[in-house]
Ligand binder design. Structure first.
Ligand code: MG
Length: 257
C-alpha cells in the first residue's frame, strides 16, 4: 500500500529559466557588492563575479561531488576566501547581511512552478497520501526555499521538507531519504519518490527500497532506453511526462502492492 509520495524540488516542482537565473545572480552579486562597499571593501568590487563562480566550483569539489552539503554561512565564508580577504575581519552582522543577500535572491526573483505541480500535490493530499520533498539546495538554502514554496502556493500541500544544506548530505545518500521517511512516518515500501534525475532521485530512492518515478518532460526528447548513469542502468518504476499523470501512476503502483 502506498501511503506517501515525495518529490525532488528543482526541475520537478519548480524551475529557473535562464532569465530568472541571471536575474537572481545579478541580485546576489550587486547586493553583496553594496554590502562590501558600505563596509569599506569597495576595492573588491571587480573580483566579485569571479569569486561568485569560483565558489560554485569549490562547493562542487569540496562537498557536492562527495554528496555532502554545508550551511549557507559556510558558502559565504568560502566566497570571502575566494575574494582573498580574511573571514575573521568580518563581524557577525556583516556575515549575516552577506548571507541574507545571497540566500534571498531567489525569494525576490522566485523560480517558476512546473506545470501541474500545485494541482498534483493537492490531488495527492486529497487522497489521504502524505506528501514530502527532498532538495539538493545549491545556492538557495532551506529557510529561503520554504519561503519560496510558500509564496508559490506549494508549501501548504507538503507535509515534510528535507533540505541538503540542513541535513549535511545530498541525494542520493540514503541518510537524506531516511530523514524524509522518518518525517513522513511510513515504511520505504509505502513511499514513492518522484524526480527528474535518474541517478540522484530514481536510483537514490530505489536503493532505499522505495519505488521511484522519473519525471521526464517531453521537451527533453523521448528517451526510450533506460538511463545509464555512474555505470548503472537505472530503470524507474514508472515515467511521467507531465506531473498530473502521477495521480493515475500512483494508483497503479499501489494496486501492484
Ligand atoms: Mg531535480
Amino acid at each position: 500500500m502506498i501511503r506517501a509520495v515525495a518529490f525532488d524540488l528543482w526541475e520537478t516542482l519548480i524551475t529557473d529559466t535562464p532569465d530568472l537565473s541571471r536575474s537572481q545572480e545579478r541580485l546576489r552579486t550587486s547586493r553583496m557588492e553594496a554590502i562590501l562597499t558600505a563596509r569599506g571593501y569597495g576595492a573588491l568590487a571587480d573580483r566579485i563575479e569571479h569569486a561568485y563562480r569560483a565558489l560554485w566550483r569549490r562547493c562542487h569539489e569540496l562537498y557536492w561531488s562527495a554528496d555532502l552539503d554545508v550551511p549557507c554561512r559556510r558558502q559565504i565564508e568560502h566566497f570571502l576566501e575566494e575574494l582573498e580577504v580574511d573571514v575573521r575581519e568580518f563581524d557577525e552582522a556583516m556575515l549575516a547581511e552577506l548571507e541574507h543577500a545571497y540566500a534571498h535572491a531567489a525569494v525576490d526573483v522566485p523560480p517558476a512552478v512546473v506545470a501541474g505541480a500545485a494541482e498534483t500535490l493537492r490531488a495527492l493530499k486529497s487522497r489521504g497520501l502524505g506528501v514530502g520533498l527532498i532538495s539538493n539546495t545549491g545556492r538557495t538554502p532551506g529557510y529561503a526555499l520554504r519561503r519560496i514554496l510558500d509564496v508559490l502556493g506549494l508549501a501548504s500541500s507538503i507535509d515534510v521538507m528535507v533540505f541538503s544544506n540542513e541535513h549535511g548530505a545530498c541525494k542520493p545518500q540514503p541518510s537524506i531519504f531516511e530523514e524524509l521517511r522518518r518525517g513522513l512516518g511510513v515504511a520505504y515500501d509505502e513511499l514513492v519518490f518522484v524526480g527528474d534525475n535518474a541517478y540522484v532521485d530514481v536510483h537514490g530512492a530505489q536503493r532505499c527500497g522505495m519505488r521511484a518515478v522519473l519525471f521526464e518532460p517531453p521537451v527533453r526528447g523521448t528517451a526510450v532506453a533506460p538511463p545509464v548513469e555512474h555505470g548503472l542502468t537505472i530503470v524507474p518504476d514508472a515515467t511521467v511526462h507531465a506531473l498530473p499523470e502521477l495521480v493515475e501512476v500512483i494508483d497503479s503502483l499501489g494496486a501492484r502492492g
